[in-house]
Design a protein around this ligand. Sequence first.
Ligand SMILES: Cc1cc2nc3c(=O)[nH]c(=O)nc-3n(C[C@H](O)[C@H](O)[C@H](O)COP(=O)(O)OP(=O)(O)OC[C@H]3O[C@@H](n4cnc5c(N)ncnc54)[C@H](O)[C@@H]3O)c2cc1C
Length: 350
Amino acid sequence: MSVAAPIETDALVIGAGPVGLWQVFQLGLQDVRAHVVDALPHAGGQPAELYPDKPIYDIPGLPVCSGRELVDRLLLQVKPFAPTLHLGQSVSALAREEDGRWAVQTTAGQRFLARLVFIAAGVGAFQPKRLKLDGIEAFEGEQVHHRFATDRDWSGQHVVVHGGDELAIDWALRLLDSPAPPDRLSLLHRREVLQSDDGAALARVQDTIARGRARLVVGQPVGLVSAGNRLQALQVLDPQGETQALALDQLVVALGLSPRLGPIADWGLAMDRKQLVVNTDGFEASEAGLYAVGDINTYPGKKKLILCGFHEATLAAFAAAARLRPDQRVPLQYTTTSPRLHQLLGVAPR
Ligand SMILES: Cc1cc2nc3c(=O)[nH]c(=O)nc-3n(C[C@H](O)[C@H](O)[C@H](O)COP(=O)(O)OP(=O)(O)OC[C@H]3O[C@@H](n4cnc5c(N)ncnc54)[C@H](O)[C@@H]3O)c2cc1C
């Protein structure tokens, strides 16, 4: 089997959260292009994943915006620098090559050779919370799904969505709206009450249940029923303490996401309480050419705020430019007045 050659790049950013995206922007102003890897299938980190519809009030110049809006605005802002996003894959390995570059590998088998690496990994890679039942791994990807499969044909099937909050409601609606929706849809939740901050989505699912297009099953899964290599049913413990078999074709586990620091702790970098120790001149970690910005880093006075991460990424980009081009001065220029920055941003001078 042939292995694809690694992508060679000046800069690789690990994490497409707000700080990783701002890192791309600041590197762009230094004329450094970046590739970005994120474990999630979309950009935006915590604001996109944990509070997309909640208001943020402390982004300078933006009196209020939602998590989603902030991410949309950042994606628009980085557009001139056309970063290549590698989503839905985690960085699993990082090691220094003899020539000083960083060899980076992702869980999807993508490899990079990067002169500089920016770790903007926040509180870790978001992973779906897994349903722990004996033997469940055997059906993963075929009949059991911990991530939403967009390209599937669900028609003619009974799909059970396990969960009762935003994620489960979002997945139930995506299933109902998919080009090939399931014949039968059940939501399996430990309580009779479904919850979501998205009132419209919640109302749509409740209405779908009321009209009999979906049903709510109250209980906790405690085991699997299978025949050969086929999952046939879930054993569900109901509120009366009885175990019932819930026949199904597909099980979608939507129990939420939890961040996992994962391999970052194994890369031999100086850490303090699960955070990467950095200097405050250029936010370099304990290895030259490796920067840590945003929630993942620590230094005296550190505050886990988006604004602080933006500042860190800005200084890291200046430090990185100086490291990449040691024979050149890295001048401070204003986006307002610098023809060079206007050229990089692709905007006409005014
Ligand atoms: C409910 C809530 C409300 C908040 N409100 C505010 C607020 O009002 N104002 C404010 O300033 N801050 C707020 N915060 C904090 C703010 O969200 C964080 O400071 C900010 O998201 C940090 O950005 P980041 O880019 O460093 O990390 P994150 O947003 O955590 O993004 C990190 C990204 O890195 C990815 N990643 C991690 N490890 C890997 C890996 N190995 N491979 C690939 N990808 C990886 C993750 O999947 C994630 O997408 C809030 C946080 C929460 C939870």
